[in-house]
Design a protein around this ligand. Structure first.
Ligand SMILES: Nc1nc2c(ncn2[C@@H]2O[C@H](COP(=O)(O)OP(=O)(O)OP(=O)(O)O)[C@@H](O)[C@H]2O)c(=O)[nH]1
Ligand SMILES: [Mg+2]
Length: 320
C-alpha cells in the first residue's frame, strides 16, 4: 500500500521492580517472619487514536520512547509503586508493524482506540510470598521482569474513496496505473497484487479521489481461498465500489460470485453505490448479452485507452 506518512520509533516499556527480601524485627521477636514486598509493575507503552491528528509528525518528533520502571518492593510488605503507562497519540488509520519481523502488530482506526504495543514487566514477588510450612523464613525474592522493547514502524493509511473489486487478472492494477500515478506490479498471472495499492486519481484541475486496488478475490475467498478476504477490510470504508470483470469471461457468473463473497464478508458492502467496468475490450468484439442489468456498466480497454476517461468521469459522478 502507498502511504503518505510513516515513522520508525524505538519503544522500551518499563522494567518491573524487584521483590524485596526483609524480615520483621520487633523488640520481643528478634527473628520475625518474612515481610519483603513485591516490586511494582513497569509502565506499558500504549498507542491511542486522537482524531485531531492527521499526520504522524508529533509521534515521530522523538526517536526513542521509554515508559517508567516499577519501584522495588520494600520491607514491611510495602509494594513498589508501578510505573505509569506512556500513551502516544496517533491519527486514525495508523498501522503498526514490527521493524525486525515486518509483522503487523495492529491497526488503529477509531477515535479513542488503544493498543498496548510494549508491555511493562511485572514486578517480582517479595520474600513474604514464598513463606511455606517447610520454609518459614525464605531469604529470596524474584527480580522484576524486563519491559518489552521493540522497533516499530507506523504507517498512516489514507482512506480510499473507491475500492476496485474483481477476480485475479481482471486488470485492476493496470487500470489504476492508467488513471493515477500508482505503479503497482502488473502480471498475466493471478494474484500479482499481494497487498493493496492506493492511487490518487485527478479528474479536474483541483479535484481528485483516492482509489484502492486490492488483491483479486475468488469464489470461497471469504472462507480463506486464494488470498482470502483479509483485504476486504480496506474497502469497508470506501464510498463506492467498482467491480472489474474481464469481458471475455462469464460476466454474470463472476459478478454474482463477487457479490456473494462481499456479502459473506460484510453485508453492508453491497449497499454501496457501485459501477461495473468490463475490461479488455480490445480482445473481444462480440456483443455481450450476459451483462447484469441491476448495475450501470462501462466497457473499457487499458491497452487502447478506450473509455478510460469516461470511466473516471462516471466514478467521480457516482462519488459526488
Ligand atoms: N488486452 C488487454 N489486456 C489487459 C488489459 N488490462 C489488463 N490486461 C492484462 O491482464 C493481465 C492482468 O492485469 P493486472 O492489472 O495485473 O490484473 P489484476 O486484476 O490486478 O490481477 P491481480 O493483481 O492478480 O488480482 C496483465 O497481463 C495485463 O497486461 C486490457 O485492457 N486489455
Ligand atoms: Mg493486481
Amino acid at each position: 500500500m502507498k502511504f503518505i506518512d510513516q515513522a520508525s520509533i524505538f519503544l522500551k516499556a518499563g522494567d518491573g521492580g524487584h521483590g524485596c527480601i526483609a524480615f520483621t524485627r520487633e523488640m520481643h521477636r528478634p527473628k520475625g517472619g518474612p515481610c519483603g514486598g513485591d516490586g511494582g509493575n513497569g509502565g506499558s507503552i500504549v498507542l491511542k487514536v486522537d482524531k485531531q491528528l492527521s499526520t504522524l509528525q508529533d509521534v515521530s518528533y522523538k526517536r526513542h520512547y521509554k515508559a517508567p520502571r516499577g519501584m522495588h518492593g520494600q520491607g514491611s510488605n510495602k509494594r513498589g509503586k508501578s510505573g505509569n503507562d506512556l500513551i502516544l497519540n496517533v491519527p486514525p488509520g495508523t498501522i503498526i508493524s514490527n521493524v525486525e519481523t515486518e509483522e503487523i502488530i495492529g491497526e488503529l482506526l477509531i477515535e479513542g482506540e488503544q493498543l498496548v504495543v510494549c508491555k511493562g514487566g511485572n514486578g517480582g514477588f517479595g520474600n513474604a510470598r514464598f513463606k511455606t510450612h517447610s520454609n518459614s523464613a525464605p531469604d529470596f525474592a524474584n527480580d522484576g521482569e524486563k519491559g518489552e522493547e521493540k522497533n516499530i514502524k507506523l504507517e498512516l493509511k489514507i482512506l480510499a474513496d473507491v475500492g476496485l473489486v474483481g477476480f485475479p487478472n481482471a486488470g485492476k492494477s493496470t487500470f489504476i496505473s492508467k488513471v493515477s500515478s500508482a505503479r503497482p506490479k502488473i502480471g498475466d498471472y493471478p494474484f500479482t497484487t499481494l497487498i493493496p495499492n492506493l492511487g490518487i486519481v485527478k479528474y479536474s484541475e483541483y479535484k481528485s479521489f483516492v482509489m484502492a486496488d486490492i488483491p483479486g478475490l475468488i469464489s470461497g475467498a471469504s472462507d480463506g481461498k486464494g488470498l482470502g478476504n483479509q483485504f476486504l477490510k480496506h474497502i469497508e470504508r470506501t464510498k463506492i465500489l467498482v467491480f472489474m470483470i474481464d469481458i471475455t469471461k462469464n460476466i454474470k457468473k463472476e459478478y454474482l460470485t463477487l457479490i456473494n463473497e462481499l456479502k459473506k464478508h460484510n453485508n453492508d458492502l453491497i449497499n454501496k453505490p457501485s459501477l461495473l467496468i468490463l475490461t479488455k475490450s480490445d480482445i473481444s468484439t462480440e456483443k455481450k448479452n450476459n451483462i447484469p442489468k441491476d448495475i450501470d456498466h462501462i466497457i473499457i480497454s487499458s491497452i487502447t485507452n478506450h473509455n478510460i476517461k469516461l470511466s473516471v468521469h462516471k466514478i467521480s459522478r457516482l462519488l459526488n
